[in-house]
Design a protein around this ligand. Sequence first.
Ligand code: SAH
Length: 392
Amino acid sequence: MKEIILKKGKEESLQRFHPWVFSGAIARVPSGIEKGEWVEVRAADGTLLGRGHYQIGSIAVRMLTFGSQPAGADLYEERLLNAFRLRQALGLIRPDNDCFRLVHGEGDFLPGLVVDIYGDTAVMQAHSPGMHRERSAIADALVGLPDAKIRNVYYKSETTLPFMARLDPQNGYLIGRYDGNIALENGLQFNIDWLKGQKTGFFLDQRDNRALLERYAAGREVLNMFCYTGGFSVYALRGGARRVVSVDSSSKAIALTEANVELNFPQGAPHEAVATDAFKYLDNLKEGEFDLIVLDPPAFAKHKSALRNGLVGYRRLNAKAFERIRKGGILFTFSCSQVVSREAFRLAVFSAAVQSGRKVRILHQLTQPADHPVDIAHPEGEYLKGLVLYVE
Ligand code: SAH
């Protein structure tokens, strides 16, 4: 294994098990090193700090082991089994729930890797050249997992690998084949389009928050903005909502939402779906038409450089919802931007409340579910935050 030597004093974060080595911390990169290759990382005095995957970029190494812990051939098997046992312990593998996130990158000690399970299919995304390079070994380890019953592994990394790495990955099955695509979440059915859909085809990270919304839905008129597959809408309908309107700018998302409502309520449901821009829809909305509104937009700030504009976006969007929601209404509002902190998001929502002159109380503070764990040494793994608000 080639060796990366750090600059003096740059070993501290690794000694605290933070899994990233930034390029600025490196004194010497060996010649001939390939993107994604395994490397040993050593302190300036030669002490072995651990082993990981090398790549070109601001994050130069993603660590998989620390200290002298070996990086054996069974590393993926062991980590995946550990991840699977955790999901079992979380109670996510049940007859009425067969979709969950099996691997959440650093949160499962597999930096650069995401694996979502839909029934017997694993959808795998590499976010690092290292995981791309290791994709077959990982796919083999996935189907070999005892009790997991994974038969197909779909590799979907065309948009997740750093463009600069020029790896040109092809989406496709590494193992198995297309084999039906209906997944069960808390007893509800969803068509999951991992071939063409966003991310791995479904936003598993809102499962718990959708279940919470179900508890508030009875008798309410619900507006689900940025609905994508209609997850919140289907839960609201099961919860007894009087009426649900789903909005998304993508007509494909609207078709998916309609199909999912039809799948769960074949005898019909008080639901309509509208393909339009969320901001425009809110502008044209009659005041007081809805008493439960969900705002789950895409990340408004994908990088630190976009933080300021992103926060303005959250404030504007939430202000529109506050201005339109019925008295006594409930607002579920989210941000999935990793660079927007919990405090910054809350402040943006607070500014929106002030701007609209409504009296607002926080009922719940939401986050990502337990199958998206955060390694305490790697706080960057936390990204989803939400507030449930009572608006008077
Ligand atoms: N709430 C969804 C996930 C939302 S993903 C769930 O629980 O699964 C974000 C969605 O916002 C995408 O489907 C995207 O098409 C949509 N979107 C992006 N910009 C939009 C806009 N300006 N108006 C309406 N929808 C938009």
